[in-house]
Each structure stands twice: as C-alpha cells, then as structure tokens.
Design a protein around this ligand. Structure first.
Ligand code: PEP
Ligand code: MG
Length: 893
C-alpha cells in the first residue's frame, strides 16, 4: 500500500545509518540534529519518493500532504511562514544522494522570496541591499535550474549592470541597482520560459523539489555515476532546510573545516573562512578566504563553539569529518558534515591515531585502510620539494613516477633503451604493435583514451607508469615531437617526467624519491628510529594488526634467491610458486634446445646431465634463502617452442643460405624440428605435465635436482622444506604416473645420500577438468595450488596473452565486467569452481593443503574471496605481499 509509505522525515527523525533512504547529507543533518548541534531545522524527502517520480513521471500521491504537514511543523518551530510578506521563512532545497556527487545535481536557495516578501526580509534584516541581492539570486538559480533558462543570460545582465555603474565586483551594486536587476531577470524568465517567475512560495518549493528529482538524470550526473560506478537506480533525496545567511554583514560568514588534516592526519585547525558571504561565493572564488584559525580573532565565541562541535563530531563518528558551516550575526549553524575523504597516507595515520585515542580498536582500524591505498604508498614518487614545470595533465592510468627521454615510436624506444637510455614512450594512443616499446620504456604517455584504453590496460598489467588522455598535448608522431600548451615543443630525446598517480606531465627531469614504505619493508628504515616518519610507523602498526588477525598465510611467487630474500623481508611465509622455466633462460636455453631436439637417447641423457647440476645449484640457493619455510617448486610448464628459435627468423636464415649455396644442414634440421613442434594454440598444447610425460627424463631430472639440493642443505644443517608441484594436470592418471617416477627418484637420492627427505607432491588446479574431478585428483596430491591465471583463461575461453589488449576495453565500456577477470577473481564462474574443488579435495583428503598462486593472490578483492572459501594461503609477487597480508587481515575481521 503506497499510502502507508513514509516519504518525508523531519531532521529529528532520521539518523546517519539511513543514507539509502535520506541520502548522505540528509542522514548526517539528522544525526547532527539529534546530537543537539545547531542545525537549521528542516526535513528530508526520501530517495523512495524520487524513485517513484522517476519511474512514473508523477510524484507519489501522498507526498504533497506529507510535505504540507512537515512544512507546517517547520513554520511553527521557526515562528514564521514560508514567504509570508512581513517576516518570511526562506528555505533551501538541496539534492543529496547516498554517495556524494559534488556539484552534479541541483540546489535552489532563498525559496520563499517574492515581490512582497522581499520587502519583509529587508525590514527584518535591516538591510535593503541584502534582501534584493537574495531575491535576484533566487530568480537566477530558479530560472536556470528549475525553468531551464540559459544561465549566461543572467550573467550577461549582471555584467551589464556592473558596467553601467562602472564597478567590477557584485558587492559594489547597491539596493537600487539590484532592484532593477530583479526586474530584468524577471523579463528574461518570461521571455525564455514563457511564464512568469512564480510568486507563490509553495509553488516555488514544489517546482524546486521536482527539479532536484529530475537532476538525478541530468547528463552531468549520469556521466559522473558511470565514471564512479554508482548505480543509476538509487535516486536522490531532497533536503528542505530553513535558510541561514552568512552574508548579513561582517559578523556573518561561511566556511569549511576538517576535524584533522586530510593530507597528514594531524589534529589541528584546518579549513577556510569567508566573512560576509554565502557558500556559493566560496566556490565561485569571488574573494579570498582566510585560514580558519583567523576566525578566532574575528568571532571568538563562534570559533570556540566550532572547535567544541568538531570534537563532538570526531568522538561521535570516530573518524575524520568534514564540515560546512555558516555564521549568521554571531550565531553558528552547521550545514553539513560527513566522514571526510583523505589521502592514502593519512588513512593509515588516522587509523592508528584513532586507536591511540581509544576511539576505535584494531579490528575497526583495519576497516579504515585498504590494500589499494597501501599499494599506492609503495610506488616511488616525485620529490614534492623539487621545482617542476608542469605542462599538462591526463588521466592517472597506472601509478608511479617515471623520467626519461621522449620517444615517439616503439622502434626508437627499444633501440634507445638497449643502449642504456631511459625513455618515455609518447603516442597519441597505443595499439598491440607498441608492446615492445611499452616494455622498453620507463613510462607511457598518450594524448587520447581513458582509463580502459589499450595503453592504460596494458601498462597496469605490466606495473608500468602510465598517463593517458593528456588532451592538451599535441602529439605529432610523424615529426617525432609534441607541442605543449603555450607552444613549447618537446623534441625526440628531450627529457620529460610523468606522474602516473596524479596524471601530471612535466618538462625535464623531476627528481624521484623511493617510497619510505618500501624502504621500511626492505629493512632500510625502522619504525621508532629517528628517521622513521609517522607514515612508516603507522604502516608498521597496521601490518601488525593485520598479521594478528589473518588466518590466510601469504607466500611469494619467486624463482631466484634475490626475489626470495626480498619476499622474506616483505613478510612472505614461504614460496608458493617457483616457476622453473625461468631458470632455463639465457645461456641455458641452448641446453634445453639440445634436449628437445635430441635424436638419440644418448644425446638426451647428455643434455639432462648438463642441466642437473645447474638446476641443483638454483635450488640450493633458493632453499637457503627460504630456510625453514616451504618452497613449492613447479616442474617445467610452458610450451616447448618458447625454448626454440623464432620460426620466421630461422626460415629467412635457411632461405638465404640456400640461395647463396652456403652449408645449412644444422639450421635446416632445426627448422624442421621447429615446424614439427609448432602449435596453433600453444597454451592448449604440449606444456605442463604433458611435457613431463612426453620427454623422458625431464621431470625426473628436476625432481632429482630438488631432492639432491634438499639433501645438501640438510647436510649443511639447513632446514629445507621443498614441495614438488605438477602443472596443468587434467586427470589423476597423469599425476599418478609422474608421482610414481618422482617417488622412485626421491627414494634413490635418500639411499645415496643417507638423508631422510620429506618432499610433499601436489598439483596445480588450473584446468576446468581438474577442478571438476578434484576429489579424484586429491587421491594423488598432498596439496592443491589454484592456478587462477590458466583457470580463468580456460573457464572463460579467453587467451590470457591477447584479450586485454584486444577486446577488453569494449567489454569494460559495455559493463560486461567492471574489472578484468584476470585481475580480480570472477566469483560466480572461476570462483565457484575454486570453491567446489577445494571442498571436493578436502572430502577426499581432510588435511589437503590449499593455496592459490595466480595473479589473483595479490589482488585485494580476490584475497577476501580466498579467505571466504577457506584456502590456507595465497601466493603473489614479492611487491604484492604487504597488500596481501593487509587484505588477509581485513578479510578476517
Ligand atoms: C596460473 O596459471 O595461474 C599460474 C600461476 O601459472 P602460470 O601463470 O605460470 O601459467
Ligand atoms: Mg598456469
């Protein structure tokens, strides 16, 4: 029954938890009212009323009567009636959605003024000028936002009036001038809107409420919601609030304040104040504001009261609040408050400060920061004290600070970087052909495209600094130069600096400073030491909170001792994935090539024999770096052709040799082999466990290297904890065969060395069939590690190497997904397979150890999912470990 619905709430009836219904502004006005703070009385029309209006084109039937009842009550409280000629009550009608949409929707002030009541207001205020100025503001705002009149027409008339009087600022216009202006404004309304400016105050109010509803679907608002991913069906609330005036003379004014510094978190007096002005004047920048601290000299009583209120609000909201206030003739009024936005650094500091003040506990503190904020704090940044010539600003697409010589094509980027130059690749936009150049560059700058453009998506994937869509820059790739605003030309080879966290572009080299947070994790800076700043101290403490809370363990993806040691410093509790193919690059590639191309048993044996000691040495180093912690070594995974020469290059070489009649038997033999092994879909071809089953001796050589390395570490009184992982298993039979061989090798090594070895053997779950038959696979596996990169690839049928650069931009724009499934786990699809496979595996083997080692292991949202489905650990790249630790802690609260 729609009549039973309640569409209007007095400020005394709401509270801060009703943001869905009352919007952020309305809910917080109600909260402050109920705290006994001085809020001008008023009421809020709910988002539900807005939704009915937007759906049906009609306001709900009950709304008019409800508004009347609340208006009556308001008039009684204020002792005056809306628009009453002698002593008018004036109201503001303001939008206020659940999520702040600054300036995107409409507001009308001074509702209730008319040809009659303007005189009453003048008398009450004892100020003609003020009253006529308020009236002309009403007609201007109402005309523009409610009646749809072109705002420039009012501005032009205002300019004309000033010109006629030979003055430059609005405040130099006197009452008589403003009175004339009101007449002009009314004429404009009549001519443009085809109706008179309404003199009936209630009609003014009703039309303004409707206009605010309508502004939810204005172009600006819709665009903003798309960008910020705010749902389109929330609707806005409307706040009707009795007017207070900051423009009634020098004992009046308006200001904004923060309960603490939103940049540093420090407690103190932060804000701005503007004497004799209304909020709109502050925004318009008509006069300069003064620091809030000066209010103490201007109006000590209001200042003291404001400080008291700020304390009350912080204690109540237990967080940084921002505030808008007005002083009307020495009386302080609160017009708005909300939990304030803050920088990433301030978020950490404020959270620990609030713990110290006893306002929140550790669990709550963890909810006040995010892994994304921590990641932001870990990028190097430009020295903020350095002089820098900013020449443009684009979209902050991928964070970091990059300096280099401007180059305008990928070929040059690669060439110059090979000769040791640092370069920034500058393009109008990038496409897949630019990949080499992007890899070679320190950073990427484009003049076109948004956050989901090719440059942005690929750069983020590579963790490379990127600014895109810097439209003021004119990039001329043909002439290898770009023109910046003001006409300066940046030629190829000129130094530029780009800030992927702010989107700013600078000429020349801006000095870069390492992140103090990374310095801390690296152990080069210590909390509590003299040089440790407050940020490091705060991060240190938050990490401790997270470590105490979390159930998930965090391991690293690392293939060498250097990465392993860094991972350890960053808090890794082991290695979750050592990709052994990374050990076969460089000089060793030739050995692998020989192994693959071996024609005879002997040749193959020889290559394996040569590889064994190299592999063993790798593992000894790794186990030493990770002494006492588990190290999961994955046997060789990628497609064979990755170890063979490029097919085109080789074909050219053979053809050339042939035409010159030079000897080329070896190359020809190689080419034939490469042809034989060439695959159309290498990701679905001969890789993973299939390799191990097809090339005799390969996996057993690797297992022997692991076992011998472990024995050697034991002999050296070390504590190696190796685990052997088989990749790309689709059926338990594959695993059983490899297992049997591996067990035999391990037994041999034990016998030969006289050392007892405990080497767990497990598998990756990275194919749908493996996930679907996890119960069987667990018979032969002591642990599972979900390879969510391949699992995402195979579940969606998305080539992980191609799609992000080809059609993901279109998919993101169409909203098919909000973020790439290679970045954040697809809960419904891939995620549900992970969940059921984990359950099935545990049913077979209750002590089965479960982890994840795809890129998702370091993604904040995915970490929460892995916590929820009960995995034991996540494994991610060393730099992501602190983020994973923090998010694992947050997930457990
Ligand atoms: C995976 O597939 O998720 C994985 C970790 O293995 P790789 O990325 O090496 O294929
Ligand atoms: Mg994989």
């Amino acid at each position: 029954d729609p009549h039973a619905a309640k569409f209007v709430y007095d400020f005394t009836e709401g509270n801060k938890d009703l943001k869905d219904l009352l919007g952020g502004k309305g809910a917080n006005l109600a909260e402050m009212t109920n705290l006994g703070l001085p809020v001008p009385p008023g009421f809020t029309i709910t988002t539900e009323a807005c939704k009915v209006y937007l759906d049906s084109g009609e306001e709900p039937a009950a709304l008019r009567d409800e508004v009347s009842a609340h208006l009556d009550a308001l008039e009684q409280k204020m002792g005056k009636k809306l628009g009453q000629p002698e002593n008018p009550l004036l109201v503001s009608v303001r939008s206020g959605a659940k999520f702040s949409m600054p300036g995107m929707m409409d507001t009308v002030l001074n509702i209730g003024l008319s040809d009659k009541s303007v005189k009453g207001l003048a008398e009450q205020a004892g100020d003609d000028r003020f009253a006529w100025d308020s009236y002309r503001r009403l007609i201007q705002m109402f005309g523009k936002t409610v009646l749809g009149v072109d705002g420039d027409l009012f501005e032009e008339a205002l300019e004309k009036a000033k010109h006629a009087k030979k003055v430059t600022v609005d405040t130099d216009l006197e009452a008589a001038d403003l009175k004339k202006l009101v007449a002009t404004f009314k004429k404009i309304v009549k001519a443009e809107a085809g109706r008179d400016f309404p003199q009936d105050p209630r009609e003014q109010m009703d039309l303004a409420i409707k206009a605010v509803f309508d502004s939810w679907n204005g172009d600006r608002a819709k665009l903003y919601r798309r960008q910020e991913r705010i749902p389109h069906d929330l609707g806005t609330a409307v706040n009707v609030c009795s007017m207070v005036f900051g423009n009634l003379g020098p004992d009046s004014g308006t200001g904004v304040a923060f309960t603490r510094d939103p940049a540093s978190g420090h407690q103190g007096v932060y804000g701005d104040y503007l004497q004799n002005a209304q909020g709109e004047d502050v925004v318009a920048g008509i006069r300069n504001t003064v620091p809030l601290a000066e209010l103490e000299q201007i109006d000590k009583k209001s200042y003291d009261q404001l400080m008291q209120i700020m304390k009350t609000l912080e204690n109540h909201y237990k967080d940084l609040c921002d505030i808008e206030f007005t002083i009307e003739r020495g009386q302080l009024w609160m017009l708005q408050t909300r939990v304030g936005k803050r920088t990433a650094g301030a978020a950490f500091r404020i959270a620990t400060q609030l713990v110290d003040q006893g306002l929140i506990d550790e669990t709550e503190a963890l909810q006040r920061v995010t892994g994304a904020q921590l990641a932001q704090l870990m990028f190097p940044r430009f020295d903020e004290h350095a002089k820098a010539a900013q020449v443009g600003r684009g979209i902050a697409a991928s964070p970091g600070a990059a300096v280099g010589k401007a180059v305008f094509d990928s070929y040059t980027a690669v060439k110059w970087s090979r000769s040791g130059e640092k370069v920034i690749l500058v393009r109008r936009e990038t496409n897949p052909d630019d990949l080499d150049g992007m890899i070679a560059a320190e950073g990427i700058l484009t003049s076109r495209g948004g956050k989901t453009s090719h440059a942005a998506v690929v750069a983020r994937g590579m963790g490379k600094t990127c600014v895109c869509g810097a439209e003021e820059l004119e990039v001329d790739t043909k002439r290898r130069r770009m023109t910046v605003p003001g006409g300066h030309v940046v030629e190829e080879g000129d130094l530029i600096s780009i800030d992927g966290s702010s989107g700013k572009v600078y000429l020349g080299e801006v000095p870069v400073v390492p992140s103090p947070v990374v310095e801390y994790f690296e152990g080069r800076m210590h909390p509590g030491a003299d040089d440790a700043d407050e940020l490091v101290e705060a991060v240190h403490r938050m990490m401790a909170f997270a470590d105490r809370k979390r159930r998930l363990r965090v391991r690293a993806n690392a293939d060498n001792a250097e990465d392993a040691l860094r991972a350890r410093r960053f808090g890794a509790q082991g290695i979750g994935l050592c990709r052994t193919e990374h050990m076969f690059l460089g000089d060793r590639r030739e050995l692998v090539e020989r192994l693959i191309l071996a024609d005879t048993e002997e040749e193959r044996e020889e290559s394996l024999k040569a590889l064994l000691p190299l592999q063993k040495k790798d593992f000894v180093e790794l186990f030493e770096a990770m002494d006492g912690l588990p190290v999961t070594v994955r046997l060789l995974d990628p497609p064979l052709h990755e170890f063979l020469p490029d097919i085109t290059e080789l074909s050219v070489r053979v053809a050339l040799a042939e035409s010159r009649q030079e000897p080329h038997e070896n190359d020809l033999r190689l080419l034939q082999a490469v042809h034989r092994l060439h695959e159309q879909n290498p990701m679905l071809g001969l890789r993973g466990v299939r390799l191990g089953l097809v090339i005799p001796g390969l996996f057993t050589m690797q297992v022997r290297a692991i076992a011998e390395a472990a024995a050697e570490r034991k002999a050296a009184k070390g504590d190696p904890r190796a685990e052997i992982m088989i990749p790309l298993v689709g059926t338990v039979q594959e695993l059983e065969i490899v297992r049997e061989e591996a067990d035999q090798v391990i037994a041999d090594v034990q016998a030969a060395t006289g050392t007892a070895l405990r080497l767990a053997i497990g598998t990756m779950i990275e194919l749908p069939r493996a996930a679907l038959t996890a119960g069987q696979i667990a018979e032969a596996a002591e642990f599972f590690s979900f390879g969510t990169n391949d699992l995402t690839q195979t579940v969606w049928g998305f080539s992980r190497d191609d799609v992000e650069a080809s059609f993901f931009t279109a998919y993101l724009e169409k909203g098919i997904f909000g973020v790439s499934p290679f970045e954040t786990i697809d809960r419904d699809g891939v995620g549900s397979l992970v969940k059921s496979a984990a359950e099935a595996g545990r049913r077979t083997r209750p002590d089965l150890k479960l982890g994840v080692c795809g890129e998702h292991g370091g993604d904040p949202e995915s970490v929460h999912f892995f916590h929820e489905v009960g995995l034991d650990y996540v494994s991610c790249s060393p730099f992501r470990i602190p983020v994973a630790r923090l998010e694992a802690g947050r997930a457990a609260t």
